[in-house]
Design a protein around this ligand. Structure first.
Ligand code: ADP
Ligand code: MG
Length: 481
């Protein structure tokens, strides 16, 4: 009797296993990613089955599937394996209630293996299958990272134009290669990955028969090591050398990793010889990449090197407006201005702040006002404000240009004093939340129009005078660092 009960218990546990495992996995993931992301993306996901080495989870729509596959699949797999070592692969399928009775073939699938495959986009090789009027959809690419969603401004216009050019040339019937490689570089969160995904989406849209591979340098290395281990280096080479467009993100990652560099170098040369397009991104220009062989470094600089500069206030405001529009929420302009002024480090943080405000509004049902936004982002904004004060800016700028601190507030109009003063006013506008009249007062009781003039003047000069542009950039970094 007892034995029987125990037996029944066991079989019940076995039958429940996928649900139990899944609930543990998402329980853990929820801790890691927070309540809002959990509710937005994971709560609607259900487990379907665990079969052999494969765990299948179901999303209610393609958007969820793509998002979960590109953002959480790695982590889900790792957590699942901690529960059940048998699981080697996670598949995310779209299964709306009406799909439930259809055959499995009607379900679009996106899966991730233990050692994740690069994103491969191509007619024959599509990693996903979608029945219906849609073409195969690539997984692993962020659906939001398109050209349409990329806001162009002075700091990123060259990189954007170059990326567009590459996408067009690659899609054209007479596939051409405008510059090889296109090398995009810039600080964290300025849009390098966004532009690369945008190229991939664009080529996919206009010429889905082209073979495009996008992957991070880190994944490139893991793939290569895996190929070495499984003695499949020929396949590895064939895979990479048969592409029309190869994009490798964050190439600084392979600094100092010699054999990966070696392989990358050969792949690179083989593709260049065959006139195939390569796009590379890094956090620094080729000449500053340390731990890279000289021949590699010089080769990387052969094509077009385009940098993404730190954002300006105007660009940040533009990005916020576009994101608010995409999210389909009405946010008072004052709130967007506050964010654009105060969160200057990178676009990712800016987006994070905006999302917090939107989530708060949607969850608590509260209207967004300047006050509620300030309250919601209290910690974030205080942190920034503490960082830079006008006094500090004046002191640093005076030191940098070698003028006395008193010149910041003096009435002297000689350029040697006026220019540093204008730079300090400009930086005060950029880096603090003070209004023009407040800034004017801090600069010896000047009028707000003087401050406005100074801000405009420096903006103009930054475009025409590279030395000044560099001074301003350096000061900005010092003050924010
Ligand atoms: P990077 O790869 O340079 O570190 P990402 O491309 O990941 O930066 O960008 C970080 C975030 O900022 C992404 O969500 C991206 O969509 C957004 N972003 C960056 N620049 C822009 C832009 N010009 N327009 C719209 N979104 C942007
Ligand atoms: Mg990136």
């Amino acid at each position: 009797m007892l034995a029987e009960a125990a037996q029944e218990n066991r079989s019940e546990t076995a039958a429940n296993a996928p649900e139990v495992e899944w609930s543990r996995v998402i329980g853990q993931l929820k801790e890691e990613i927070g309540d809002i992301a959990y509710r937005s993306w994971l709560a609607p996901i259900n487990v379907q089955r665990v079969d052999g080495g494969e765990a299948v989870i179901a999303a209610p729509a393609r958007l969820y599937r793509d998002w979960v596959a590109s953002h959480y699949a790695d982590r889900i797999l790792a957590l699942w394996r901690a529960e059940n070592r048998q699981v080697k692969r996670i598949s995310v399928v779209v299964a709306s209630p009406s799909h439930a009775s259809r055959s499995f073939a009607a379900i679009s699938e996106s899966s991730i293996e233990l050692s994740q495959a690069p994103v491969v986009l191509s007619g024959e090789l599509g990693t996903t299958v979608e029945i219906g009027e849609d073409r195969p959809q690539p997984c692993g690419l962020d659906p939001r990272f398109t050209f349409e969603n990329f806001v162009v401004g002075k700091p990123n216009e060259l990189a954007h134009a170059a990326a567009r050019r590459v996408a067009e040339a690659c899609s054209a019937a007479s596939r051409s290669v405008p510059f090889n490689p296109l090398f995009l570089y810039g600080g964290v969160g300025l849009g390098k990955t966004h532009l690369m995904h945008a190229i991939a989406w664009d080529v996919h849209k206009h010429a889905c028969f082209r073979k495009v591979i996008y992957l991070s340098a880190e994944k490139f290395m893991h793939q290569f090591i895996r190929a070495l281990r499984f003695k499949s280096t020929m396949d590895f080479k064939d895979e990479f050398r048969s592409v029309d467009l190869l994009m490798i993100d964050d190439v600084q990652f392979i600094s100092g990793k010699e054999s990966t560099q070696e392989e990358f170098f050969h792949t690179f040369n083989a593709l260049v010889d065959q006139n195939r397009q390569i796009v590379i991104s890094a956090d620094k220009p080729p000449s500053d990449l340390e731990g890279l062989e000289d021949r590699m470094r010089s080769r990387l600089g052969w094509g077009l090197v385009a940098d993404l500069h730190p954002t300006t206030y105007e660009l940040r405001l533009g990005i916020l407006q576009s994101k608010a529009e995409q999210a389909n929420v009405d946010i008072p302009r004052k709130v967007l201005e506050l964010l654009a002024h105060r969160i200057t480090s990178n676009v990712r943080e800016l987006e994070g702040a905006l999302n917090r405000i939107i989530a708060n509004m949607q969850l608590v049902g509260r209207e967004i006002t300047l006050e509620s936004a300030q309250e919601e982002l209290h910690d974030l904004l205080r942190l920034r404000e503490r960082r830079v004060t006008i006094d500090e800016i004046q002191r640093r700028v005076a030191e940098h240009f070698n003028v006395r601190f008193a010149e910041m507030t003096s009435a002297r109009r000689a350029r040697a004093f006026a220019r540093p003063r204008q730079v300090a006013m400009y930086l005060s506008k950029q880096l603090t939340s003070r209004s023009l009249p407040e800034i004017g007062r801090k600069f010896g009781g000047r009028d707000h129009t003087t401050v406005m003039h100074a801000v405009r003047r420096i903006e103009e000069l930054k475009d025409t005078d590279p030395v000044l542009a560099e001074d301003v950039e350096l000061l900005r970094r010092m003050l924010q660092g």
